[in-house]
Design a protein around this ligand. Sequence first.
Ligand code: CP
Length: 308
Amino acid sequence: MRLAHKDILGLEEMTAGEILLILDTADSMKEILTRTIKKVPTLRGRSLCTLFYEASTRTRTSFELAAKYMSADTVSVATTTSSVQKGETLKDTAMNIEAMGVDVVVMRHPVSGSCHFLSRLLKASVINAGDGMHEHPTQGLLDLFTMREKKGQIQDLEVAIVGDIYHSRVARSNIWGLTKLGAKVRVCGPQTLMPPDIEKLGVKAYTDLDRALDGADVVNVLRLQKERQGKGLFPSAREYAMLFGVTPARLRAAKKDVLLMHPGPMNRGVEISSDAADSGNSAILEQVTNGVAVRMAILYLLLGGADA
Ligand code: CP
């Protein structure tokens, strides 16, 4: 089985079969990460460019490592040091990168839909590394991979996604992926950070954290996106932490073996307390490791596939 498209733009466009293909392929890739010499020749001669218009630690680094572990060549265009500073458009920047022979462009951009725009423009594969408030599909996939690895299956899992749902591309990718694989999804946050029609996506919406966490198998905590907040959406970070901050005490409402997740970067003491983030229930650093395996799987399926 192959992926249907040349690009990874969102989990909304993917079938359950494609999602499972990526997760199953990532299982094999994870074994490579346990080796002392983490290098296979699978993508020798292929090249990847990361093009980030927003900051990133995990996504960009893990894409670059994933490509290097599979022997692909990587280059990185940081908009702060590129000709974007001289006013070059996204279209011109991307077409110039493709003209240098790049096979995959991994882009993060503050505008929703910008990766779709790029995918129509380029013959190269485009991977969405986060577009505005729309989707962050590779984060969604690594979250699904981590849940399946830790809980054995996704079907019928009770998953609570907590925090700034409105601004969160991670929440949207999680919701699409989890519902396609049969999980039961609850979202929880202040009414002002809850999209009005969110229940149309097949989730239950809560504004009470204790009710949302009741009996949950997995709690995925979202970063409070200070950079995307309008004025007056919540009174203060202190009040947000009191009402929606995930702590060991609040987690007592969930199942005893609850899996605690966060995509990073964390605002410790705001949406998640340090003692929760560093507890035995936390899979936060395992998510990061799994992100490399999932991105290796995606690059393999887009560039190498069965012919590699
Ligand atoms: N989770 C995530 O996207 O992290 P970065 O912003 O560091 O890439």
